[in-house]
Design a protein around this ligand. Structure first.
Ligand SMILES: O=C(O)c1cc(=O)[nH]c(=O)n1[C@@H]1O[C@H](COP(=O)(O)O)[C@@H](O)[C@H]1O
Length: 308
């Protein structure tokens, strides 16, 4: 067979594989019409958990014979999912870790795998998109149709028309970056808006908009860093009923118990993400067992703080 013909066969096989992966995701979506917030509440109850397991696969940190092999991204993440499926309130794959290695096909397989082993656990695609409406429509198709995510992370920097295409998707969640976990979050998010009533800080304004006029489908949430508990508390005051996605415990050093005290309220859930601390709890063959231990530990700290 010539190289060209070989490529044609391989390409055909690949597109059949892709088509069937996205068909499976669509079928699973149809069987699961629940809204994102309803799925969150159910997963929290069923797994007694406020923990989000972040999937940020970095091949240089993979264990044993997976190390430095991007073709093992699916296998690595699937092992983590299997080890934590009964402990997580949500999973959060970060798209850059897949795209950087041309591993979007592995992300598609992972989405299907999460649906099959943990159908009760919603998946938040961490994409941090933000663009004009026509482009946002394409990003929404990518997140909700190609990958079958239940929710997506978005930057609100470009304003409401960059967010609204996601809100047209019935039952799908969207988390707006509000007060992020990184030190540079101060640069814009803690600036005062002289032109807005009461001259709020930018992150306070985002929280008010998300709780109020922007929340067209009732599925908006906010991202607030665990590294800034005082700001979590302020966001919770301004957005009493929104789900808060809170990354920054574990590798970034945020205090899990302080996070719960600041953010959890009756009617206002929190989803506390930890990625590297769970994924790389061990660099050896026992990585999945070690990931489970770390997830158990973090879940227990969160649950204990909720009952104090
Ligand atoms: O939107 C996010 O998920 C996010 C927002 C934020 O303010 N800070 C933050 O760390 N994240 C993401 O949360 C994850 C944190 O990873 P770890 O620090 O390894 O737990 C990464 O995927 C980040 O991209």
């Amino acid at each position: 067979m010539s190289g060209h013909a070989g490529c044609r066969w391989n390409c055909a096989a690949l597109s059949i594989h892709r088509a069937s992966a996205s068909y499976n995701i669509r079928m699973m979506q149809n069987q699961n019409p629940a809204t994102f917030t309803a799925m969150l509440a159910k997963a929290q109850q069923q797994n007694q958990s406020m923990l989000c397991v972040g999937l940020d696969p970095e091949p240089t940190r993979f264990p044993g014979n997976f190390k430095n092999d991007p073709s093992k991204i699916f296998d690595f993440c699937a092992a983590i999912v299997d080890a934590t499926a009964d402990l997580a309130m949500a999973f959060k794959p970060q798209i850059a870790y897949f795209a950087a290695h041309r591993a979007e096909d592995q992300l598609e397989r992972l989405m299907a795998h999460m649906r099959s082993v943990a159908p009760q656990v919603p998946v938040i695609l961490d994409a941090k998109r933000g663009d004009i409406g026509s482009t946002a429509e394409q990003y929404a198709i990518e997140a909700f149709e190609r990958y079958g995510a239940d929710a997506v992370t978005l930057s609100p920097f470009m304003g409401f028309d960059s967010v609204s295409p996601y809100l047209k998707r019935h039952g799908k969640g969207a988390f707006l970056l509000c007060r992020t976990s990184n030190p540079g979050g101060d640069d814009f998010q803690n600036q005062r808006l002289a032109s807005v009533d009461g001259q709020p800080l930018l992150y306070e304004h985002i929280a008010r908009l998300a709780q109020g006029p922007w929340n067209l489908n009732g599925q908006l949430g906010l991202v607030v860093g665990a590294t800034y508990p005082a700001e979590i508390e302020r966001v919770r005051e301004l957005a009493p009923t929104l789900p808060l996605l809170i990354p920054g415990v574990g590798a970034q050093g945020g205090d899990a118990a302080a996070t719960v005290r600041a953010g959890l309220r009756a009617g206002g859930s929190i989803i506390v993400n930890s990625s590297r601390a769970i994924l790389y709890a061990s660099a050896d063959q026992d990585f999945a067992v070690a990931a489970r231990q770390e997830a158990l530990k973090t879940r227990a700290i969160l649950q204990a703080a909720a009952t104090q």
